[in-house]
Design a protein around this ligand. Sequence first.
Ligand code: PLP
Length: 356
Amino acid sequence: MLLTAPPVSTVVPSYQFASDNTSGICPDAWAAISQANANSVASYGDDPWTTRACELIRELFECPAEVFFIFNGTAANSLALASMCQSYHAILCHEMAHVETDECGAPEFFSNGTKLLLLPGERGKLTPEGIAHAVERRRDIHYPKPRVASITQATELSTVYSIAELTAIKEVCHRHALRLHMDGARFANAVAALGVAPKQITWQVGVDVLCFGGTKNGMGIGEAVVFFRKELADEFAYRCKQAGQLASKMRYLTAAWVGLLENGAWLANAQRANCAAARLEAGLRTIPGIEVLGSRDANAVFAKLPAALAAAMRERGWRFYDFIGSGGCRFMCSWATTEHETEAFLADLRKQVPSP
Ligand SMILES: *Cc1c(COP(=O)(O)O)cnc(C)c1O
């Protein structure tokens, strides 16, 4: 069979707004990995890159945290949650939370059956009232005992919890002896959006454990589980190993963290992604027939497009998801999204929409 090149129109827009994990490894992480590749070091994390990555994370959070490096977010969330629960406990989370919608039951599996209790909430966020209600509505022995509240920062709907909102959640958690887990797959984007120090939206507002996302921030593989209370990390290393999450060549995960953290690339990457989303959102708002949904803080824009328009754009090679629960399409920007790409996408959209 003769291979023929596809027509130019399907080649040019290879641009991606499907996910921030369609992007590659950012230059800072790549350079550090390359440096780590220059010589042999001890395995299983007993190496200078891993030591340095831990130090940098403690410096970033300005506290003596316990840090573990995991391959992906599902494992990070599931193992972190499991470490705080017995099988008869419950985890309170938003109905759109990744732990519920995108982890194939892994939190329940790794915790030997801890139940997720789903709560509604505007803009993808839990509320103190919702958490209190979930605890207070049943206290009998027949119901799983709420033990952890899990929040996502930035949320699945590209919003962020403010310091005030987090403080209110901290208070309700404290009142009901709930531990607080933060899914921070896009933690950097939240820090960039809020313009705060990482500690202000983690341990200072009662977060016990953070799953700090590296992959979507510009690494190839890797998340860090950051315990702000040492006792919660007790025996966590065994959980990681048993779950197949202890990398033998750990330096390839941790060098990337060093690359991201040493010169602030983690924040610059997130700022770039958030700015790209802001640009995209502003452009979408000028196009007739397109309705921007919700209110964006971070690096994704949600919008309702006429079905024919979405289909035409996909036909032209653009990639984006219909996002379940949002009622629209999701356009996700990453550290690698360029102004050129965003403008090309908007220009292509305008071409498909007849001017009024
Ligand atoms: C991407 C993502 C994760 C991690 O997913 P993995 O595919 O398991 O790495 C976790 N939480 C949220 C909110 C995410 O968007």
